[in-house]
Design a protein around this ligand. Structure first.
Ligand SMILES: [Zn+2]
Length: 230
């Protein structure tokens, strides 16, 4: 049985996934025995764009007849055939913020084991948005700032995966956050001192993803409001 299915290049211009794969191939190849990789959006990777026709991370389960819609179907089929214990996904953001893990179900036993095996302390719990969590429950994504991409991080991620496979965990304080809304471009402009992952009184929330170019392109929101879960 495949233990881990690693989905890379869900967004074609985000290089964490391809870089982790390259690092693993050259320095940590033993891990490959338990991991299968899939390049989620090869066309967007080749063009170095987020997506070509529709955002792959917003169209699972919709049956859209676009390039990304067809890729979503292929990935869904792959998950059904392989029945991986855990699905991992890799994202980068142009926003400056702490490394986070993203999941839709913090109570899922496999998800808990992975989070507890990771050196990353902050986890974000999201509601399914026709992203991949719509089709895979045993799911964790990495989301790191572009400025963090280097071999130390890839080694840290390989060590997270190794610890998970060995059934080990890191005993450290962990924080869980939930998305409670979007930060509008007007709010970003009018509120002073907004800093990602630092609570803001005026916003009455913890801002995140401010400075993300991907959201600026979209124009309808500037980031997300978070609430810390207890
Ligand atoms: Zn992404």
């Amino acid at each position: 049985m495949t233990k881990i299915l690693a989905i890379i290049s869900t967004h074609g211009n985000e290089l964490l996934g391809p870089n982790v794969l390259a690092y693993m191939l050259s320095k940590r190849s033993k891990l490959l025995e338990d991991i299968e990789f899939i390049i989620a959006n090869p066309r967007a990777y080749a063009k170095n764009v987020r997506y070509t026709e529709s955002d792959l991370n917003r169209i699972y389960g919709l049956g859209l007849d676009t390039y990304e819609g067809r890729r979503a179907k292929i990935i869904e089929e792959r998950i059904r055939l392989l029945k991986p214990e855990l699905v991992l996904d890799f994202h980068t953001t142009t926003a400056e913020q702490p490394d986070i893990l993203i999941t839709a179900d913090r109570n899922n036993e496999v998800v808990q084991r992975f989070i507890n095996a990771s050196a990353i302390k902050d986890s974000l719990v999201v509601s399914p948005l026709n992203d991949i969590t719509t089709v895979a429950q045993n799911f964790v994504a990495y989301e790191v700032s572009n400025s963090r991409l280097n071999d130390d991080l890839y080694e840290q991620i390989c060590t997270d995966i190794e610890r998970y496979l060995d059934g080990k965990m890191i005993d450290q304080e962990r924080a869980f956050y939930k998305m409670i809304g979007k930060i509008l471009p007007e709010e970003e402009k009018s509120i002073d001192g907004l800093e990602n992952f630092v609570y803001n009184d005026e916003l009455q929330a913890i801002p995140s993803f401010l400075g993300s170019k991907a959201y600026k392109q979209d124009g309808t929101y500037a980031g997300f409001k978070l609430e810390r879960l207890v």
